[in-house]
Ligand binder design. Sequence first.
Ligand code: 7TS
Length: 415
Amino acid sequence: MAVAEFTTPLDLEKIRADFPILARPVHGKRLVFLDSAASSQKPRQVIETLVDVYETSYANVHRGVYYLGARATERYEGARDIMTGFVNANDRREVIFVREATEALNLVAYAYGRTFVGPGDAIVATEMEHHSNLVPWQFLAQQTGATLHYLRLTDDGSLDPDSQQRLAAIENVKLVAVAHVSNSLGTINDIPALATWAHERGAVLVVDGAQAAPHRPVDVQALGCDFYALSGHKMCGPGAGILWGRAELLEKMPPFLTGGEMIRTVSLEKTTWNDLPWKFEAGTPAIAESIALGAAAQYLQGIGMEAIEAHEHALTAYAYDVLDGISGVTQYGPKPPNRAGILSFNVGKVHPHDVAQVLDSEGIAVRAGHHCTQPLMRRFDLQATTRASVYLYNGRDDIDALALGIEKVKRTFSV
Ligand code: 7TS
């Protein structure tokens, strides 16, 4: 069988030199890191930004009249400007710093959901969602008396147009929630089409961009969605993320968390809220982490999001063909080119934890399990899969190492 040719616009050697951890051997072997979907590694530029903030610019933000307070605030708000550009928002007030995608989605579920979704209303999610974009909606439905419906999947792990057709008859849909890219199957959803579908029903579209924003250009205006959540730690950054939301919706929403920072005035009887975006940033934020998230976004932009996408696209096509050529390996999800850099598979009937352990002995890091998508696993009658996910620092050598590792798994378990 022909294997897709791999060519990349990236200078892989130069990129790898930016990531100190890649020089660290594991079990005496070269580290082959194929678990960036769980969390990515960090380039020196991001690590140095964190150190630099603490060494030169650290104080709490939005309060100190002294030099360091002003410097920290300037850098923190500067990171917001970078993230505004990163998702192409047209207004920096629409970019809220959060811990990660989970917090961003819960912010929408609490502040928007508990205000604008009520008994008799409907919420639509999909069967492929990460628990972070499923449990908040289930809980919201339970607490408000709304009903929750799911867009189902075809056998190749794409959204089923027939199920969309069936759900078209549901009335009072207030919110549609969908992943931009599936973390278990690599399915890429057509967000502009889903935005149109949601808006035709008078609903808002919430997009979980955790697996998309690190890997492809994101333009929230072109996507046409209403909320977009991303995690910085999956895009070369530390523990900070953003929620982007349309200003007119954020203005209408009550706060999520309350306390310091998010207020304008407080008396013993009454509190008025701060302006956007600070209305949604109660308490002391993750200052250095948010600044370093800005550095991560600039690092990725410096390489080019289109180039990163093209690199992963080519590497995924190559990897899919390589895995397809190994007898006993079953892959799940759409065939390339319609998939992102996530390869989910099983080796015979070997438990994915055993697969991952044998691979680990070769220095190869992959994830094994249900990937926080239990309903998706049930849909495909699976307990778990082994998942290899690629990023800008992976190359053909990593995929070739994975293939050799899988051959070792087969020998070990007589597949
Ligand atoms: N949404 C998707 C699509 C994800 O893949 C993840 C994390 C989350 C939300 C939650 O991200 P967090 O940063 O808030 O935790 N996904 C994975 C994964 O696939 N393996 O480990 C974490």
